[in-house]
Design a protein around this ligand. Structure first.
Ligand code: SAH
Ligand code: SF4
Length: 363
């Protein structure tokens, strides 16, 4: 019988209450919690130090681990690994992507999803075309880290968690904060706050709330330098325009000596002119930021095009000349549709070609 209640959706207090209700000693709660969040057990029967009777009682009450099923792992020529995860609750599929990091062999950034689809409807984003199906629960978010770690080989590790997969994390604020709390619990997943980055399209009150709730790093998807253009590319701008969202970043409680990230998707002929670069530098003057330039990743027919390499380098050069630390994001996993803004199940006909890759440059 499939389980109807999922242990991955409990926090520590929830596990303790459950164990108490089953009239078990409290150390069983610690064991159960570790099986779920530290050892990543996929089934009650793996929990061999728990008495059979306890496992049976849990099962009788409809409890299962509730871990997503790794449906598929696709590896790109560049080492990017995309995990398609089928969720226990309703069979929806989300993706988590392991991206090899530049500086250290065997270290990966894990790009996690926060929603099935996304409600923000940004014009250039594949996920945005899907609309929002639902929020992910805290357990479903943490699970992506647990399952991705289990896919790693000897000597490999997840160095960073970035909320840049499907969905707008700050639109699912409570669950994302709850997931972060569980990710950093030393008794469980044991990750560090400093290595977590939440990327947002710019929900101003929630940026403030995140700063107050969890000391994680923040990334803003800016993508335009005038409100007129950003209103069109990112409808969220009509509610919180550029000036307001940058003010929220300025007051974000960033740990000392850290930089926040400004993401800027380069859309050929749209937001990639010299004037855009100069305006961008002006907007960011004096802020502790680094800019990630992301040449647009194509999908479907699309109304956009990827700028050519010369344009991208010229844009970057202007920012660097203004003293802005600028990173040109190597487009990873394009051959497996795991690049940013391409996450989401898609019909076969929309698979993209692999355009030439660009070198990464540090400012
Ligand atoms: N919703 C959050 C996080 C997920 S989107 C946000 O918008 O920040 C992650 C990043 O992918 C964003 O910076 C977004 O601007 C970028 N992106 C979306 N579609 C893209 C595309 N087709 N090509 C390149 N980057 C894209
Ligand atoms: Fe949602 Fe981010 Fe895509 Fe915009 S860019 S539609 S906020 S996932």
């Amino acid at each position: 019988m499939p389980s109807s209640k999922h242990l991955v959706d409990l926090d520590r207090a929830g596990v303790e209450a459950l164990v108490r209700a089953l009239k078990q000693p409290s150390y069983r709660a610690a064991q159960l919690y570790q099986w779920i969040f530290k050892h990543g057990a996929r089934d009650l029967d793996e929990m061999t130090n728990l008495p059979k009777a306890l496992r049976a009682a849990l099962r009788d009450e409809g409890w299962g681990v509730g871990r997503a099923r790794v449906e598929r792992v696709v590896e790109s020529v560049d080492g990017t690994r995309k995990l398609a995860l089928r969720l226990a609750q309703d069979g929806a599929v989300v993706e988590a992507v392991l991206l090899p990091m530049e500086k250290e062999r065997g270290r990966y950034a894990l790009c996690v999803s926060s929603q099935v689809g996304c409600a923000m409807a940004c014009a250039f984003c594949y996920t945005g075309t899907l609309g929002l199906a639902r929020h992910l629960s805290p357990g479903e978010i943490v699970d992506q880290l647990i399952l991705a770690r289990a896919e790693l080989r000897e000597g490999e590790r997840v160095g960073n968690v970035i909320f840049m997969g499907m969905g707008e994390p700050l639109h699912n604020f409570d669950n994302v904060v709850c997931a972060i709390e569980r990710m950093v619990d030393p008794e469980g997943v044991d990750f560090t706050h400093r290595k977590i980055t939440v990327s947002t399209s710019g929900l101003v009150p929630k940026i403030d709330a995140l700063g107050a709730a969890a000391p994680v790093n923040i990334a803003l998807s800016l993508n335009a330098t005038t409100d007129e253009q950003r209103d069109w590319l990112m409808p969220v701008n009509r509610k919180w325009p550029i000036r307001e969202v940058l003010a929220a970043l300025r007051r974000y409680p960033l740990p000392p000596r850290r930089k926040m990230t400004i993401e800027y998707v380069l859309l050929g002929g749209v937001n990639d002119t010299d004037e855009d670069a100069h305006r961008l530098a002006r907007l960011l003057r004096g802020m502790p930021v680094r800019v990630n330039l992301i040449p647009w990743n194509p999908f479907g027919e699309g109304q956009f095009k990827r700028p050519d390499e010369a344009r991208v380098l010229a844009f970057q050069q202007i920012l660097k000349a203004k003293g802005l630390m600028t990173l040109l994001r190597v487009t990873r996993g394009l051959d497996i549709d795991a690049a940013c803004g391409q996450l989401g199940e898609r019909p076969q006909a929309l698979q993209t070609e692999i355009p030439g890759e660009m070198e990464e440059e540090h400012g």
